[in-house]
Design a protein around this ligand. Structure first.
Ligand SMILES: N[C@@H](CCC(=O)N[C@@H](CS)C(=O)NCC(=O)O)C(=O)O
Length: 215
């Protein structure tokens, strides 16, 4: 039995979808990020970094999408959620790492341009400049994903992998910060293909995702 600590609409949605795709026996435990529950003592025992997702398997706790997604995948080989070829697998991890280390922090900066100052008042002009730069960088990443999805069904080509649920998170975030995601035709078609998958739809319904309203 797997326990996934998650918050609807956040990056934990990727692991949630993957568990569903793999037919795993799992439960979800909601962490109310909006109420600061991630910083409370109880959750800090699960993840001292105060972030979702966190996955509990037996007595082990795994955090970080870049670890959780390949881990779940490895436990359900029949689901074939990773490329079998070693080089393709490395590329799948490469893009997962890019999303985690470059694109995700950029989204966080759009939402919280004040954070790099660590509580110091840097003023509205500086905050606006940080937000606008982050927006431009995030949009460039969305365009890059859109180009990659031209003439491809999934991020790795013909094979659906753990990278696809993770990529969907970033489409949803683009909409959340009012980017014209519909203009990205390949990425939008990918989003529609994702939503057509029963496992994805189940999770989007559970998480009450706005992506379903737009579909
Ligand atoms: N690199 C981490 C990032 C995790 C992360 O930033 N999660 C966000 C939700 S998308 C979170 O829990 N934020 C709470 C906070 O920063 O207080 C991963 O990919 O798992």
């Amino acid at each position: 039995m797997y326990s996934l600590y998650f918050c609807p609409g956040t990056c934990s949605m990727a692991a949630h979808i993957l568990l569903e795709e793999c037919g795993a026996d799992y439960e979800t435990v909601a962490v109310a990020l909006g109420k600061g529950e991630q910083r409370g003592e109880a959750f800090r025992k699960i993840n001292p970094h105060g972030k979702v997702p966190a996955l509990i398997v037996d007595d082990k706790i795994i955090t970080q999408n870049v670890a959780i997604l390949p881990y779940i995948t490895s436990q359900f080989p029949d689901a074939k959620m990773a490329p079998g070829n070693a080089a393709d697998y490395a590329h799948c991890l490469e893009t997962t790492a890019w999303l985690t280390s470059a694109v995700h922090p950029t989204f966080s900066l759009v939402l919280h341009p004040e954070r790099p100052a660590g509580g110091a008042d840097i003023g509205d002009v500086a905050e606006k400049a940080i937000e606008e730069t982050a927006r431009a960088t995030y949009w460039a990443a969305m365009e890059q994903i859109d180009s990659r999805l031209a003439n491809r069904e999934w991020m790795m080509g013909d094979q659906y992998t753990f990278l696809d649920p993770y990529t969907l998170v970033f489409y949803g975030w683009g909409k959340r910060i009012n980017m014209p995601m519909e203009d990205l035709k390949n990425f939008s078609a990918f989003k529609d293909r994702m939503i057509a998958r029963p496992a994805v739809r189940t999770v989007l319904e559970k998480e009450e995702s706005p992506l379903l309203k737009a579909a």
